[in-house]
Write a protein that binds this ligand. Sequence first.
Ligand SMILES: Cc1cc2nc3c(=O)[nH]c(=O)nc-3n(C[C@H](O)[C@H](O)[C@H](O)COP(=O)(O)OP(=O)(O)OC[C@H]3O[C@@H](n4cnc5c(N)ncnc54)[C@H](O)[C@@H]3O)c2cc1C
Length: 432
Amino acid sequence: MSDTAAKCYDVAVIGAGMAGMAAALFAAERGLSCIQVGSGGGILFASGLLDLLAVQPVAEHRLWLSPYDALAALAREQPGHPLARVDPASVRTAFVSFVAALTSAGLAYAPLGERNSNVITSIGTVKTSYAVPLTMVAGVDALAQRLPCLLVDFRGLREFSARQIAQTLSDTWPALRHQRVDFPGFEAMPELYAAHLARALENRETRERTIALIKPLLGDARAVGLPALLGLGQSSAVHSAFEAGLGVPVFEIPTMPTSVPGLRLLGALEAVMSARGVMRRQLSSVRCLSFDGSTATLALEGVPGGERIQAGAVVLATGRFSGRGLTADRQSVRESILGLPVQQPATREGWHQSDFLDPVGHSINRAGLVADEAWRPLNVHGKSAWTKLFAIGSILADQDWMRAKCGSGLAIATAWAAIEQVSQQLRETQAL
Ligand SMILES: Cc1cc2nc3c(=O)[nH]c(=O)nc-3n(C[C@H](O)[C@H](O)[C@H](O)COP(=O)(O)OP(=O)(O)OC[C@H]3O[C@@H](n4cnc5c(N)ncnc54)[C@H](O)[C@@H]3O)c2cc1C
């Protein structure tokens, strides 16, 4: 550990998943100096679709057209759910702000309205989500109206099959056809990867050759669906060029993780962090966190000599098991950095239902930190662990984001609410 004097920030965000990114963004937008620790690797698994809330109650798998009606139902039926504890006006503002930041970094989304959208997935199922990248929007209309539509894939691209999607949807969408073409310049390659093709399509000649291959296959198609590989950093321009060249609306379908939309999301968020002046420690993780009066000290590991950081407030956005915010042994679940108490079933036998597919879901997926009304995690005495330690995102208890289809919603909304508290507390401290 280096003994050099630690720098002091208004807020340190631990975690660079969706919740940590949102918190760092909102902190920077409020003019707070902010440092973020952790790698954003998990975002690579994202589809680019930002779910707000689609299913409530989870046990009945009731799907909602309006995420705001779903939030109202959640508030009535499960008021302890962290998403139900954020007022809907703040949820709305948080989403608008998050999506505007992504758009400013070149990752454009359709305007946010009152409704969820149905989107085709890479296996031909339908996913209900809220914020949809512009490159995927035409697929929402094509699916809703069951338009005559052509799905195209590329020989050698293992992670996406137009045939499988068309077969899965054939009963309800007979006007969906599929075709396979060779990707220009990659004909000799036995196996193709979406990220390579996405980069290749940013080259005008490759793009024009690809469009020229697809155009004769159009027939009566009134829309064309492609795997999500229309450019990496320039997806809007590549998508527009395909629509202009083919003369019909074109839409992307997310591929299996890790996906091009995940790469785009990570790239856009990193650009946003950099543009807003957020300091980042992507190769480090927080080994230890201590509090002394009004200051927290974070001891980092992952870089030679380590590093110490000081902050006036800390946001814990370390996720669940895959993020490593929670760890489990054969007896119980622990919070990884401070050993904060985790709300969990009394015994391991209570972790899972006997039926793996039980619609109620598994109790272990609702384990997590309990936070007070200001988003401060509670210690063993039921009091806030430190007045300026806040917990957000999937590490919070009483939610099963995967089943409720509220992953980004939970992350973005709780980040917004916690940063409001951080900002208020720092103002109060400065006024003293
Ligand atoms: C495969 C997959 C697909 C998904 N698809 C969608 C989708 O289509 N739509 C949608 O809305 N949501 C989707 N999500 C969910 C969405 O990304 C969630 O919001 C998210 O996974 C939970 O976010 P989080 O930030 O709370 O936790 P995580 O994403 O788990 O992030 C936790 C972060 O904390 C860091 N961390 C942990 N411990 C430390 C430490 N000691 N020091 C520093 N850093 C630490 C980790 O490195 C990581 O950056 C998907 C998630 C997955 C896994």
